[in-house]
Each structure stands twice: as structure tokens, then as C-alpha cells.
Write a protein that binds this ligand. Sequence first.
Ligand SMILES: *Cc1c(COP(=O)(O)O)cnc(C)c1O
Length: 827
Amino acid sequence: MPVASCPVHGLDADDLSCSIREHVAHSLGKRGQEAGCRDVATAMALTLRDRLVDRMLETRDRYRESRAKRMYYLSIEYLLGRCLGNNIYNMNLQGEMAGLLQSWGFSLEEIREHERDPALGNGGLGRLAACFLDSLATLDMPGCGYGIHYEYGLFKQSIENDRQVERPDYWMAEGMPLQLERRDQAVIVPLYGRVEDHQGPDGGYLPLWVDWQDLVGVPYDIPIVGYGDRTVNYLRLFAAKSTDNFNMQIFDQGDYIKAIHQKVYSELISKVLYPSESISFGKELRLVQEFFLVFCSIRDITRRFLKQNRNIEELPEFTAIQLNDTHPALAVAELMRLLVDERRVPWDRAWNIVTRTLAFTNHTLMPEALEMWSVELMEKVLPRHLQIIYEVNRRFLDTVRASGVTDEAKIRRMSLIDENGGKQVRMAHLAVVGSHSVNGVSKLHSELVKKVLFPDYAALWPGKFNNKTNGITPRRWLYKANPGLSGLISEAIGEDWITDLDQLQKLAPLAEDPSFRERFAGVKRAAKAKLADYFAKTTGIVVSPDAVFDMQAKRIHEYKRQLLNAMHVIHDYLRVTEDGYVPPAPRVYVFAGKAAPGYFEAKEIIHLICRLSKVINADKRASDWIKVVFAADYRVSLAEKLIPAADVSEQISTAGTEASGTGNMKFSLNGALTVGTLDGANIEIREAVGAENFYLFGLTTPEVERLLGEGSYDPWEYYRKHPEIRRVLDALSAGRFSPDEPAVFHWMFEKLLSRNERYLHLADFMTYLDAHERIGMEYANPDVWMRKAALNVARMGGFSSDRTIREYARDIWGIKPFPPKGAAPRA
Ligand SMILES: *Cc1c(COP(=O)(O)O)cnc(C)c1O
């Protein structure tokens, strides 16, 4: 059939208007007058999709023709956030769209509020994946994402009776107009069953995986448009469906209904996202999810490769696969299985292909997050993969011994199988052994990965370990989220910063210019006034835009120490109400974040914050000076509202616990000053923005290691020595913020004073107070403060995810940009 070239798919206002009205009529079946906000949002999304799909096909042809090496990002989470606004901004259609909507009596902002966030991720790890996709497309690089098309995303949070309540997030309730279903590219996935030993025609060992059950992975593609609409890559998410095969045994027994029931299990696999990224679940369904992602992805990748290349041995020349944490680490075993069992590649050559193709990113040092799967479970779900893992391990440990290692304790440490207790497969070890590159996500973290997590591997393969400090996309996190500030920046230095964030350096001299500072302060104040309206509308809490907006927005976790922040709030409140203290400036403490549903401590921290909010906001003695807001349901679209309005960014994790953080980057890029520890990327942010523009406090990682290692941390010593600490802890334990349930927070008192409190809250509390003291004083002097804030913006260019992606492309993936004909590569 001849290629379609429909003239209506243009990008000027008339073409867009025509398409939107066309979709209202023929995709939604409504008359123009009947179309409400949601209909207009859907019609706009479809209108954009038409154009994106054209560009996506063009991009695909471009990569094919140039036989481009491609990178596939495997991640069990993608925290995309809303797509409509992002697509409009990346295609630079905001003027046209706003104009059209206005002529029909709508506003772009109100239309955008009708889109549900696709929240197919928990937090930082999933959001990083989304930022990477934006950068890959913006840089015209052949890089696509693979993930799971969860039916239920991360739960929705609401606050009832001061506590978190979780509700399911059926995110596609109103449809997902952007996605393309690709039934024709569905993949059949085998699971369970057993292995039979056979001999191949060549006399070699030929295992047969038999009696497996099957299900189908159906791909859904979400187009990912780069800035300037030059390249459209895609995110391919697989949904689990049942096959129309029946388990004939059950069927033959005449139990039709039971046979159908078994089909229902298949569809459970992509039903729901596990609601935490920082603990390992150990549940069969999660293992099956991980395998489902890996199997569908590897099948799809090799199928595409083999369409263009005959020789599977060339796979690493044309393909790079990045494993986002250990969740897709089964890729090592699955790619081996495909090569050895299906394509009959000899083991050593197959292993060479696998390790040259795969690379692994570690995201955490927390022991409770390190994934291990019991051998028993793996044998049941993936019998052939377990065999392969054992064989990989046997050969690997042989080479370790051959290299002269005789220390059996060391060999046990390096083994892929943990034998302390029941046998378990160490997924991180599998990923390290099966990859040619292992990276951490900030300088500190990458050092700790070598020193703490994999010292033996780092000694064996020093060249394998490297660092790629995380980044964030400036398109979403500045250009789109903060039109006030991005307008001011573009006025001052032009628009090149959008794809070349180092250009922000040109703002540094302007930070010395009082008239620029004044405009900068005006932009910040306007963002705060807008957020104040949002708080008034959603929580009823009235806050002044002239107060310091002090924010901590991230998952609630003990290591992130929201409790330290809450203790400071209590301190501040008691000082004002009991000591007659008058602060240099009023403060609004904003908290936002979800707690994993089964995480008692995290949920109680939310409870405490909500209680503080009630008590403090209602206390006439304090409420002119202190307000506390818990903003419910933290997600990308809420982050976009909060961050432009922040003055102070709380990045206060115990040193050595936060791998990188990316929230810290978003805040600083939007002109908030950080109060933070020397942890994760905070260290690099502080180096970049200047120590004098960052409020540092707390122990260093070596100091934390020493205290915890020696077991010499004695919180009671701090309690006895510092009346400030005593007063806060006693208030907690006495039920001061929970008079109706005086004992609810007593556990916090106990835990904070326990010798094995891992996060050392009390050790850092006094220096944290000092840092806040400086913040209060410096904020009161707008010339000083706004200069620092503007310098933060000017010096954050290095934290663009474009920089991160270029480093991965150069050092790990070996991929290059393929811009459209006639377009120059990005700076
Ligand atoms: C950036 C982001 C995170 C990560 O925040 P950290 O402070 O790095 O933990 C989590 N959730 C959302 C919605 C985000 O946008």
C-alpha cells in the first residue's frame, strides 16, 4: 500500500485545530459543543500522537538505514509523570495550543490537570529512567526503554484522621490515548515446568525445558519525543495476557472452569507495581514479574537484531543493554539460555556475547534492598535458568581459583549462591559477573560500591567499576515545570540552555546585578503565591508567600530522616511558644511523600507530621511564624508544583545511605538552597554551587562508619548533654502532639535513644539546628539570599541528564547520535 501522507498532520495552529476537532468528532463521537475538558485533553493527546507516530517511524527508518548501534534500558519502573504538557513543550507548541484552547474557552493549565500521572514507579529509580528517555531522544540517540505495563501504578495516597490511606491507582481509567498497542509483536513467555536432559545431534548436552505454562506479553509503545521534535524514540511496556491455549490435562478432565481460572493467573503478572523500591520482596509474583520483563525484552531485542543481521555473534556490536538495578538481572541467564539452547552457540562464545552486551547500574547499598531469590523458588519458576546460573557460577569460581585465590571464605563471598542459611541466588552478583560495566550513581556511592558492596570483585576487575552521577532533564524540571524562571533565564541568556544546560553559567554575573536579583525574587514569590493558593484549596491551610518555604519531598524512609526534620519543627515551635523566641523570618515547613504500605515507622512519621500540622497551625502563639503542611499524594505532577516554590531543600539523609538523590538536583536547579549532609550527589552539588551557597551539617561517611562499626554510638549522651534534644524527645514521649493517644509516638523516643539506631538522628541534630540558624538569618537579607539562590541555578548545568547520558553513551554503550538529515548534533 502506498505510504500515507496526510496533509492535516502539520504543526501550525490551523492544522492542530482541525485535527483536534476531527478527533473530538471521530475518535470520541461527540459534537464540538459537547466536548468538556477531558474530551479536549484526549483529543489533544491523539492529535499529538498522530504527529509523534509519524516522527517515530521516521526515526526508526533513520536508525535502520544507518545500522545504528542501539541501547535498551531495562527497568522494572518508569515514573513518567503526565505526558501531554511535556509533549507540547518538547514540540514547542505551547503557544499554538494555549491560543486554540483560549479561543474555545479553556486554558492549557486546566486541560493538563485532567491527565492522570502514569505512576509506574516508586521514586528516584523510576524517575531516573524517565529522565534518561527524555535525554536520549533529545540527543537523537538510539535508546529505548523496556518495562512492565502495570494495570495499577503506585497507590494513591490520601490523609484520613492524620494517617496515610492507600487507594489503588487505576491509571488508565480514562484511557491512555498516547499509547499504541502492538498485538502483532506479542511474545509468548514460558514459566514453570522442568528440564529434561537430552543429547543434541552434535552429541552435546541438549537440555529441554518442558511442561512449561505459557502466557503472552503484549507490547504497548509510548512515544518519547526529544526536545525540538527531531527524534521520537519509544518506551515499550509489556502487559501480561493469557494465551488461548488451555492446559489440556485439566481441560480433558472436563474442568473447563478450572482451566479458565489458570488463565486468570497469567493476567495477574502485570496487575500491580510493588509499592517500594528499597526492600526486596521475596515473593513469587515479583520473581515472575522480573522474568516476564526480561524474557519479553530479550526476545524483542534479539528479534529486531536478527531482522537486520544474520550473525548473532555480532550482537554486542549493535546492541547495548543496561540493567537498571538488579530487578532485570535475570537477563544474564535468559540471554545465555537463548544463545546456548536456542541458537546452539558454544558456552564460551555465548558468555562473551552476554558480558559484552550487558551493563549494570547499582542503586543502593542498603542490605534490605539487595535482592536474593531462594534456589527452591527459582527451581520451581525457572528451572533451566537456575541450571544456567549454577553453571555460570561453577565456571566463574574455577577462574577465581585459577587466578590464585585459595581463601575459601573469599570464594564463598564471591559465589553467586549465598549459603548462609537456605541457598539463595545473589542477584547483584549475577549482574556484576554477567556485565562488562558496573556503575554507581554518584561519586561517593560509586566508591562505596567498590569498597563496601563488592570489594572482592573490584579487586578482580578494577576496570569494570565506574561512576555515572545521576542527572535530571531540564525540559521537565525547569522549562515546563517553572515557566516563570525559565522565561526569565531565556530573556537573559537566550534559549540554548534548554539543550545545553552548561549555558546557565552565563547567569552567574547577573547574580551580582540587583535588578536581576529583584526579578529573580519576583519569579520565586509568584511561584510561592501560586503554591499558597493550591495549599489553601487542597488543605485549607493558609500560608504567606513571604515565609521561607522549607521543603522535604521524597519517599518517607528512616534513612532519609524526615524525623530529623520533624524534630526541628518541634524545636522551632517550642522555642517560639515557650521561650518567647522571635524568628528572623516566618517558615512554612512542607512535607510530601508516600510510605510503603507495610512500613510501620514510615507511616507513623507521616502521622506525626500531620499531628504537628494540626497542633501548630491552630496555635495562635505560633501560627504567624510557623506553618506545617503535609501535601498528600506526592507524584511527578505534585513535584512540579512544589519545586519552583521552594526556598530551602531538605537533603538530610545519614551520610553513606542515599545513593545519589535526584530531588536534590531539581530543587537546586529551581533556585532553592540546600540544607544537606555530605551524602550522595549532595557532595557534588555543593562543589558545583560553592560551599558558601549550601548549608552543610552532619557527620561524614567515615565518621558514620566508625560510630556504627565500633558500636560506640550512645544517643543518651546527646540526650543528657543537650537540653534542646531533651525537650523535643520529651515532648514526643509525653504525647504533646497526640493528647488523645498520648503513647502513639513513644516508640520514636525509644528508637531514637536506642544504641543501634542506624541513622544517627541525635548525632546530627545539633549541627542541623546550626545550619537552620544560618538559613533564618541569611534569608532575612534578600540581597544575600537571592544572590545565593541565583548562583545555585547558574551552577547546576552539570546535573542535566543529558550530561549523564553522554557519559553512558561514551563509556559504556558505545552509541552515537543520529540526528535527522540536515540537523546538527546537539552541542
Ligand atoms: C525526583 C523524584 C523522586 C526522587 O526524590 P529523591 O529526593 O531523590 O528521593 C521521587 N519521587 C518523585 C515523584 C520525584 O519526582
